[in-house]
Design a protein around this ligand. Structure first.
Ligand code: NAP
Length: 531
C-alpha cells in the first residue's frame, strides 16, 4: 500500500503541498517517504464539522452494529499484515516482534470494547418508577443512563505506535461510547498512523457508518493539536504523552469559552519501595528483576521504575552493586526519536550534576548518537538530597533510575509523603510487612492508581479490573483511566428522562428490557422488565 501523506477527513483525502514533514528512521538516521502535510485551520474545521454531522447518527447506532464496526477495525488492522509491522518498526526503532505484540494488544482492546458494547449494561441504566400518591409530593418517573458526549479529539504517544495511537485505547473507547473521533497523528509515526486510519475508514465503509465518524489529521507543530482542542465542536480530549503536552492541552481546554474535559495520561516515576526484609532475602535476585524492568523497551514505558527507595546498610550495598552490574552490561539501543533521546540524555546529565547525587553505573558501550541510542544509567542519593531538590522526582523518560537510600523505615515513610501522583507504586517485603509498615502503605495508596506487591510496574494487563491512571501529574483526571472497559466512561455523560412515555425512551430505559441488560430498578439490580 502506497502512503500519500495527506489528511483523511470524513473518508476523503486532503493536503496541500505547501509545507510538510517526513517520518524519521531512528536506527538508520534517515528520512522516510512520503512528505506528510501540516493540517490547516480549514482542515481542522472540516474534520470537526464532519464529526459533528456524524454524531447523531453514530450515537444512535444499535450496539451490535457498533460492536461489528469495532471488530471490523480489528480485522482490517490484522489484514495490514507485515506492511504495518515493518513501517511501525522503521518509524520507531522498536523491534518487529514488539510491534506484533502491540498489534495483538490493540486488536484485543478493540474486541474487548466490542464485547462490552454488545452486552450493553455499561450504560448504567437506572429506573425509579413514579409514586403519584406519595405525600407530601408525588414522585416523578425518573430514568437515567450514559449518553455519548460528541466529537472527541485523540492524541497518541510516540512510545505505543499502535496501542496508544490511532486505533488505540482512546479511539477504541470513544468509538465504543458512540463518539466520532478526530485523531492527530503523532509526527514520530505518521506512516503507521495513515495505515491504521485507512483500516478504520475501510471498516467504517464496510459497516456503513456515517462519514465523519473518524478523521486523521497530521501536524508536526503544536498548533494543529491546540486548534483541535480549541475547536468549539470538539467535546472531549483523550491524550497519552508527556506532562508538558498533556498540561498544555488541558490548559487550552480549560481556557475555552466552553471548557471541555481532557483525559491526559502522562508521565510517572513509579516508585518502588524495597523494605528491609526483601533486601535481606535476596538483594541480587531483586536487582536482576528490577534491572529488567528499568531496561525494558529502552526504558520507554510510562510505567518505567524511575525511583527506588530502600534503607541503607550491607544488603542495600549488595543490591546496588548487583543492579549497577546489570546496568553496566546493558547494550545501548535505539530510542523512538531524536527528541526523546535528547531529552533522555539531558535528564541523565541533570541527575549526574545534581548536588548529593552519584552516578553508580552506566552502559559500558557508549551510546551511538547516529543510531539514536540511549544507554542504561543508575544513580543514587540520600533522602535529604532528594527532598531538597524537586528535579530529582521528575520523570527521565528512558532506561534510568535513581535509588534513594534512607537511614531507616521512618525516613521511607517521610519521603513517600513528598511524592507526587503516580500511575503505580510497588512495595517489596513479606506479608507481615504490610501490617508493620501500615503508615507507608497508606501513604502510597493515596499517591498511586495501581499498587503492586513484590512485583514491578512495567506490563499493564488489559482486563476489566485494571486501573491505569492516578492522581495528577500522572493524569489530569484521577477518576478514570485509559485501559480497560471503564475507559468508555470518559466520553459519556449521565442524562435523565423524567415522566417520558416508555415508547419515547432509549431502548435501555423502556419498561420492557429489550436488550436484557442489568439495570437498577427501584434500588434493586435486575435484568427483568419493569412490571
Ligand atoms: P508528547 O511529546 O507529549 O507527544 C504526544 C502528542 O502531544 C503529540 O502529538 C505532540 O505533538 C502533542 N503535544 C506535545 N506537547 C504539546 C503541546 N505543548 N501543545 C500541543 N500538543 C502537544 O509525548 P511522547 O514523547 O510521544 O510520549 C512520551 C511520554 O508519554 C512520556 O512522558 C511517557 O511517560 C508518556 N506516556 C504516558 C502513558 C500513560 O499511559 N500515562 C503511556 C505512554 C506514554 P508534537 O509531536 O507535534 O509535538
Amino acid at each position: 500500500m502506497t502512503l500519500h501523506g495527506k489528511h483523511l477527513i470524513a473518508g476523503w483525502t486532503n493536503g496541500e503541498a505547501t509545507e510538510g514533514f517526513r517520518a524519521w528512521d531512528p536506527v538508520q538516521s534517515a528520512g522516510l517517504d512520503p512528505v506528510f502535510f501540516e493540517a490547516t485551520p480549514a482542515d481542522i474545521d472540516a474534520a470537526a464539522e464532519a464529526a459533528e454531522a456524524a454524531f447523531d447518527a453514530y450515537a444512535a447506532t444499535e450496539p451490535a452494529h457498533r460492536a461489528d464496526f469495532l471488530e471490523r477495525i480489528s480485522s482490517e488492522i490484522e489484514g495490514l499484515g507485515e506492511t504495518l509491522v515493518k513501517r511501525a518498526s522503521r518509524e520507531t526503532g522498536l523491534p518487529e516482534g514488539r510491534i506484533r505484540g502491540e498489534r495483538g494488544r490493540t486488536v484485543y482492546q478493540l474486541r474487548l470494547f466490542a464485547a462490552v458494547v454488545r452486552e450493553g449494561s455499561w450504560v448504567d441504566a437506572r429506573i425509579d418508577r413514579a409514586a403519584p400518591d406519595r405525600t407530601p409530593l408525588p414522585k416523578p418517573d425518573l430514568r437515567r443512563m450514559y449518553v455519548p458526549l460528541g466529537p472527541v479529539a485523540v492524541f497518541g504517544a510516540s512510545n505505543f505506535p499502535l496501542a496508544y495511537s490511532v486505533a488505540g485505547g482512546d479511539t477504541a473507547s470513544a468509538l465504543a461510547a458512540g463518539c466520532p473521533v478526530i485523531c492527530k497523528a503523532h509526527p514520530a509515526h505518521p506512516g503507521t498512523s495513515e495505515l491504521v486510519a485507512h483500516a478504520i475508514l475501510r471498516a467504517a465503509e464496510a459497516e456503513k457508518m456515517p462519514d465523519g465518524v473518524f478523521s486523521l489529521v497530521h501536524g508536526q507543530g503544536y498548533e494543529v493539536g491546540l486548534a483541535l482542542v480549541r475547536h468549539p465542536l470538539v467535546q472531549a480530549v483523550g491524550f497519552t504523552g508527556s506532562l508538558q503536552g498533556g498540561r498544555a492541552l488541558f490548559d487550552a481546554a480549560a481556557a475555552r469559552p466552553v471548557p471541555i474535559p481532557v483525559y491526559a495520561e502522562m508521565g510517572s516515576v513509579n516508585p518502588v519501595f524495597i523494605l528491609p526484609s526483601a533486601l535481606e532475602n535476596g538483594a541480587e535476585a531483586l536487582a536482576e528483576k528490577l534491572a529488567g524492568s528499568i531496561l525494558l523497551g529502552v526504558g520507554q514505558f510510562c510505567t518505567n521504575p524511575g525511583l527506588v527507595f530502600g534503607v541503607g546498610g550491607e544488603a542495600m550495598e549488595t543490591f546496588l552493586q548487583a543492579l549497577g552490574e546489570h546496568i553496566r552490561r546493558a547494550e545501548p539501543a535505539s530510542m523512538l526519536h531524536r527528541g526523546i533521546r535528547d531529552r533522555f540524555c539531558a535528564g541523565a546529565d541533570r541527575l549526574a550534576a545534581a548536588q548529593g547525587v552519584e552516578r553508580v553505573a552506566a552502559s559500558e558501550r557508549e551510546a551511538d548518537a547516529a543510531r539514536t541510542e540511549g544507554g542504561g544509567a543508575l544513580f543514587r542519593t540520600d533522602v535529604q538530597a532528594f527532598l531538597a531538590n524537586d528535579m530529582l522526582s521528575e520523570e527521565v523518560f528512558g532506561p534510568s533510575s535513581l535509588v534513594v537510600v534512607a537511614r531507616d523505615t521512618a525516613e521511607l515513610e517521610r519521603v513517600a509523603h513528598s511524592l507526587k501522583g503516580q500511575l503505580t507504586a510497588a512495595i517489596h517485603g513479606n506479608g507481615e510487612d504490610i501490617a508493620r509498615y501500615d503508615g507507608l502503605v497508606r501513604v502510597l495508596r493515596r499517591k498511586a492508581g495501581r499498587f503492586i506487591f513484590n512485583g514491578f510496574p512495567t506490563g499493564v494487563e488489559v482486563c476489566p479490573s485494571m486501573h491505569h491512571g492516578g492522581p495528577y501529574p500522572a493524569t489530569t483526571d484521577v477518576r478514570t483511566g485509559a485501559v480497560g472497559d471503564t475507559a468508555m466512561q470518559r466520553f459519556v455523560r449521565p442524562a435523565a428522562w423524567q415522566d417520558f412515555p416508555s415508547s419515547a425512551l432509549p431502548p435501555e430505559l423502556r419498561d420492557r428490557n429489550e436488550r436484557g441488560i442489568l439495570r437498577l430498578v427501584d434500588g434493586k439490580y435486575s435484568t427483568g422488565d419493569v412490571g
